[in-house]
Design a protein around this ligand. Structure first.
Ligand SMILES: CC(C)(COP(=O)(O)OP(=O)(O)OC[C@H]1O[C@@H](n2cnc3c(N)ncnc32)[C@H](O)[C@@H]1OP(=O)(O)O)[C@@H](O)C(=O)NCCC(=O)NCCS
Length: 158
């Protein structure tokens, strides 16, 4: 069973390490293009929005980082340790967020690097579509509408 808990202060460094392990190939380049140092990124993670840890039967599986801005939930990061990938945890986490915020917020928005085809496939399968491309960063911005009747009826685990 999946559970989600606000991250402890000492888990923030684990999250940055996991990000660098799982997405470092483009994350370093993206931060450079955005002129954000790793220290500044660490600071953003601690001060913007909220970071949650994802547990699969009490084992720490990964993290998600969210921020509410007006009616939009920005999903700044969703990442799982290797061993926990490909088991439907990403899909279940997105479904949990959709059901938690539906009614209060209208949209979930995220940015994903063009090279991350598996993640893009998973987001598309879960009702996200591309709303714009950031050509210089090679990122696409994807959104899921939470106001439609089928907002919760997507993804494998439903
Ligand atoms: C991208 C990421 C969040 C997706 O989460 P996930 O839990 O691995 O995704 P899911 O398991 O829900 O779906 C992914 C794959 O597993 C398969 N799958 C889904 N449910 C499954 C289940 N219950 N059992 C086995 N496989 C399953 C899907 O078919 C899919 O395969 P495909 O894309 O090759 O067709 C995760 O893989 C990850 O953390 N990757 C590294 C970091 C990253 O890229 N984060 C996204 C940055 S935007």
């Amino acid at each position: 069973m999946l559970t989600f808990e606000a991250a402890f202060p000492e888990q923030y460094d684990d999250c940055v390490k996991l990000m660098m392990d799982e997405a470092g190939d483009y994350l370093r380049g993206t931060l450079k293009l955005m002129q954000i140092s790793v220290d500044e990124f660490n600071h953003l993670l601690r001060t913007v929005g909220r970071l949650y840890a994802i547990y699969d039967d009490k084992q720490m599986a990964g993290f998600y980082w969210i921020e509410e801005r007006e009616k939009v939930l920005h999903l700044h990061a969703l990442l799982l340790k290797k061993h926990f990938q490909g088991k439907g945890i990403g899909t279940q986490t997105l479904n949990m967020l959709a059901s938690k915020y539906k009614g209060r917020l209208t949209t979930i928005e995220l940015g994903v690097h063009e090279s991350n085809e598996a993640a893009i496939r998973m987001y598309e399968r879960n009702g996200f579509s591309t709303v714009r491309q950031l050509e210089d960063l090679k990122f696409r911005i994807m959104q899921k509408d939470l106001s439609s009747a089928d907002a919760l009826a997507t993804g494998k685990d439903n």
